[in-house]
Design a protein around this ligand. Structure first.
Ligand code: IPD
Ligand code: CA
Ligand code: CA
Length: 269
């Protein structure tokens, strides 16, 4: 049994509590506020976060919390929970059933446990450092598909894509031409879980936040995949550019991102 088993079990309980609530409220009339031009927050995001944080702090009162919807005091604990209460908020607010709760745990800055729960499919993705990655208790491994031209990728676009030039549009066009296909499903945590499960062969995105990726990055690593920044260098969750893959197509993905950045990939050529 993993030495992080107890933490993982409590994260699972918290994710299930939030997921049950998200499913119950799905399709009901919601209070929705705007955080930016396109960036929504609903009452379900806030209540899900409250439920998750209350559960974790009831078990681990000394642990630190970083979560999307509120700022929490940092006590200098070696343990820090990193929480996206609803990943896929735009989907949720529009009644598009693709969202999850995502909970990661760092110990002294190292990811050691992660849970992603999709309550619509009742799919629970779990990972612990050195203990493997699992979907509903069944061990996961990344796909063995290569090269890039045979691969299915996931990505997303930043909320400020109408105002900031770093949009991901050029990368999207380049990969759409060079890979078998791309899915933009709207929940980065599930994209990463799907790389871990071998349902996607690779994923890249920019301007993600630690709570979008904490659990998913550990899942990919524990399923045998590779996670780096866009230039192939080591990734940590406070870096805002991420490439995750089955490993086999990683160099091709990093090479394509470099080619786009250099302007070497010309659309229409
Ligand atoms: C968003 C989703 C989306 C990604 C955005 C994220 P949210 O998180 O993960 O897939 O493209 O960049 O911000 O706002 O639904 O928690
Ligand atoms: Ca998110
Ligand atoms: Ca969110």
């Amino acid at each position: 049994m993993s030495k992080y088993h107890t933490y993982l079990q409590e994260a699972v309980s918290a994710a299930r509590i939030a997921g049950r609530y998200q499913k119950y409220r799905f399709s009901s009339v919601l209070n929705v506020e705007m955080k930016g031009d396109k960036d929504l927050v609903t009452e379900v995001d806030k209540e899900s976060e409250r439920l998750i944080v209350a559960h974790l702090l009831s078990r681990f009162p000394d642990h630190d919390i970083v979560a999307e919807e509120s700022v929490y005091p940092q006590n200098g604990s070696p343990f820090r929970w990193i929480i996206d209460p609803v990943d896929g908020t735009t989907n949720y607010a529009h009644g598009f059933p693709w969202f999850c709760a995502s909970i990661g745990l760092e110990r002294e800055g190292e990811l050691v446990a992660g849970v992603i729960y999709n309550p619509v499919y009742d799919e629970l993705f779990t990972a612990s450092k050195g203990g493997g990655a699992f979907l509903n208790g069944v061990r996961l491994s990344v796909s063995d598909r290569s090269p890039l031209k045979n691969s299915l990728l996931g990505t997303g676009f930043p909320y400020d894509c109408a105002t900031d030039p770093a949009t991901n549009f050029d990368n999207f066009m380049a990969f759409q031409k060079s890979a078998r296909g791309i899915r933009r499903a709207g929940a980065a945590a599930l994209d990463l879980a799907y790389v871990a499960a071998g349902r996607l062969d690779g994923f890249w995105e920019l301007k993600l936040k630690p709570w979008d990726v904490a659990a998913g990055v550990l899942l990919v690593r524990e399923a045998g995949g590779v996670v780096t920044t866009f230039d192939g260098s080591p990734y940590d969750i406070f870096t805002d550019r991420v490439v995750a893959s089955n490993g086999l197509i990683h160099d091709e993905m990093v090479g394509m991102l470099a080619a786009v950045a250099d302007g070497a990939f010309q659309h229409g050529k």
